[in-house]
Design a protein around this ligand. Structure first.
Ligand SMILES: [Zn+2]
Length: 173
């Protein structure tokens, strides 16, 4: 079954996601499996819940693409980041055909909850660290293509959201 993703410029992607309550509801467990499926189907290495239509603070990731050991990160929080950053071109499954140059910390420590609600803390490097920072942006309603217009700012975000609502209103009619 083909899983449709929420795509730019849908304003839904601009919403700030909510904390996931524990213990996980059965529907949330099902949603996680759905997210794994969507990530592989669209050949991504990471996917946030908002991209399949849920405003929940969680994302899945598998940078190996092996489909053997995908992981889910629930209520994630970056607790430490390296001073050193690297600028690279990023794409997003929710913005096909578009990319943005984004500067990301090359090493981060992530605090998150696993499916059992247990708090975990792990260090990530390079591609995984980049992917996590990209997914964390989704939780705040940001997209990698926002950075292309210069440094991210709330004001620019606001005006862009307005343009997008406008677009949506027009395309709906
Ligand atoms: Zn994305």
């Amino acid at each position: 079954m083909y899983i449709e993703l929420v795509k730019y410029p849908d304003v839904f992607l601009r919403s700030v996601s909510n904390i996931v309550p524990f213990p996980l509801e059965e529907k949330t467990q099902r949603l996680i499996k759905w997210m794994y499926k969507a990530m592989y189907q669209h050949h991504g290495i990471g996917l946030a819940a908002i991209q399949v239509g849920y405003q929940l603070r969680m994302f899945v990731m598998d940078c190996t693409r092996s489909q053997e050991n995908p992981k889910v990160y629930i209520n994630p929080e970056i607790v430490k980041k390296s001073d050193e950053t690297l600028r690279d071109n990023e794409g997003c499954l929710s913005a096909p055909g578009k990319t943005g140059d984004v500067s990301r910390h090359i090493r981060i420590i992530l605090k998150y909850q696993d499916e059992d609600g247990k708090e975990q803390r792990k260090t990530f490097y390079n591609l995984e660290a980049r992917c996590i920072q990209h997914e964390m942006d989704h939780l705040e309603g940001k997209l990698c293509i926002d950075y292309e217009k210069g440094d991210y700012s709330r004001d620019k975000h606001k005006s862009q959201t307005m343009v997008e609502s406008d677009f949506r209103a027009k395309s709906d009619s």
